[in-house]
Ligand binder design. Structure first.
Ligand code: NAD
Length: 471
């Protein structure tokens, strides 16, 4: 049994003043595996005060010093890849296909930011003005459970690069992963107060961070509903906000696509992170004259997406994180059937042979139109909808007919044509033929997928304020 009973404030592991606890579960077995003691308002305020004390000195550190710290943070996290992987498997149920990418990516986010920093000029001349990019002030980061370690490291990396101090409130459902990660980060030996980590409930610690006058900026990854609430709370003191919210990504198969290559890629993008991903390509758009062939191939290919616990090296889809998330996904499958969509694969209940654990069947609906709720709302599980289109213009129109605008996927053979289509899509990122993640490129959403960008220079500048000095 894990007993997570410390917050990390001012460079030390301390017992939170808050005394409420929450249970922690292994989603692959449904067993309780521990408890976390939740921070309260006082803990949030102490963490903010520590970050505020550390800010003046930290904001004056040089680029060379910050790059050095980022390298130390990278080394400390990379040295514990195996412990972090085990924690993510146990507490989140992530399959090995995901942790093999996710943990090294989390460690490397420090090096990616170090690279950005190396090439970045904090001062530039604009006409008569000397423009200085200055640290924004004490920042709060609020993160979700679906890639806990990576969200903490990428937000922390950007804060360090920008010379801001930070208070991080991770999802209370990720407390074991957070504890191990915090021990790694502590090993890097940063000045005390530069980063502080407090577990707690969203409407307690998260809300306090979103409205506290000493917080200058909130960087949030999570649901669109909570993003809206944070923005409201932040408005009181005009905090800068970066909001990385939900998605309903179009996964567009073009008429010239080589289906042997495209179909596996379409499903990989749809089922990424067991479908618990804002970037999942959950609306599969198919040219109507190729629909029969595509459906037959999807039905065959989905059989290769094995569902299982993280100790099964062949599993590509793990359990849903919680009973609540399992039930949510089930309710959307039920809704799809009620709305008149047809099941091509999957459906209600657990996959055969997995009676315990919050495992859900990878599911594909056909006969879906883009107005159905299963095509408009973020399900956050392995449930995909196939929607057919007549021509390229209609594909673009359907792709853009959504309140979201995070990440889209194009599958085809003519890259120049796909570049042109990409320019018509209302979203923050377009991935052509399953291209790998690019950490130097901006990430974030149009419309209700969020505000602002993370990663690269855009991510760094979201932690900075420009000041013009005109002589
Ligand atoms: P969530 O929005 O419920 O919670 C996210 C975080 O916000 C948690 O730490 C939670 O405690 C905190 N929170 C809750 N209420 C709060 C409040 N009133 N004030 C301040 N903080 C509060 O999201 P979740 O269920 O943890 O994660 C799933 C969601 O995250 C999905 O909607 C998904 O699309 C989104 N997500 C977005 C991205 C992205 O980069 N765009 C990435 C991953 C996940």
């Amino acid at each position: 049994m894990f007993n997570i009973d410390k917050a990390y404030i001012d460079g030390s592991f301390v017992t939170p003043k808050g005394s409420e606890t929450a249970d922690l579960y292994n989603p692959s077995t449904e067993e309780k595996i521990g408890t976390v003691r939740l921070g309260g308002l006082e803990d949030a305020r102490e963490a903010i005060a520590a970050a505020k004390r550390a800010f003046p000195a930290f904001s004056l550190t040089t680029k060379v010093e910050r790059i050095e710290m980022l390298k130390r943070l990278n080394a400390a996290v990379a040295a514990h890849t195996s412990d972090l992987t085990q924690a993510m498997a146990l507490e989140y149920g992530a399959p090995q296909t995901f942790t093999r990418f996710a943990i090294p990516h989390a460690a490397s986010s420090f090096l990616s930011m170090a690279k950005v920093l190396e090439d970045y000029d904090f001062e530039r001349q604009m006409g008569r003005a000397r423009v200085v990019m200055q640290s924004v002030g004490v920042t709060a980061a609020i993160t979700p459970w679906n890639s806990n370690i990576g969200f903490i490291t990428s937000k922390l990396a950007t804060a360090i690069a920008a010379g801001t101090t930070i208070v991080i409130k991770p999802s209370e459902m990720s407390a074991i992963q957070t504890q191990i990660l915090t021990e790694c980060l502590h090993e890097a030996g940063l000045p005390k107060g530069v980063f502080n980590i407090v577990n707690g409930l969203g409407n307690v610690v998260g809300a306090e961070l979103s409205r506290h006058p000493d917080i200058a900026k909130v960087t949030f990854t999570g649901s669109t509903a909570v993003g809206r609430e944070i923005m409201r709370n932040a408005a009181g003191t005009f905090k800068r906000v970066t909001l990385e919210l939900g998605g309903k990504g179009p996964n567009i198969i073009l008429d010239d696509a080589d289906l042997d290559a495209a179909i596996p890629a379409v499903l990989r993008m749809g089922f990424i992170n067991s479908g618990q991903a804002c970037i999942a390509g959950t609306r599969i758009l198919v040219p109507s004259h190729r629909l029969d062939d595509v459906l037959a191939r999807l039905k065959q290919e989905i059989e290769t997406f094995k569902v299982g616990a993280p100790d099964d090296p062949d599993a590509m889809i793990g359990p849903m994180v919680s009973r609540k998330q399992y039930e949510r996904v089930q309710s959307y499958i039920e809704l799809g059937m009620r709305e008149g969509a047809s099941l091509l694969a999957g459906g209600l209940g657990r996959p055969a042979g997995l009676e315990r654990g919050w495992f859900t069947k990878p599911t594909i609906f056909t006969d879906v139109n883009n107005q159905m709720r299963i095509a408009r709302e973020e399900i956050f599980g392995p449930v995909l909808s196939v929607i057919s289109y007549r021509d390229e213009d209609e594909a673009v129109a359907i792709a853009n007919d959504t309140p979201y605008g995070l990440q889209a996927y194009l599958h085809g053979t003519n890259v120049a044509r796909m570049q042109a289509i990409a320019d018509r899509l209302e979203c923050g990122r377009v991935v052509i033929n399953g291209a790998p993640h690019e950490p130097l490129a901006p990430f974030g959403g149009f419309k209700q997928s969020g505000i602002g960008r993370e990663y690269g220079v855009f991510g760094l500048e979201a932690f900075l304020e420009p000041r013009a000095v005109i002589a």
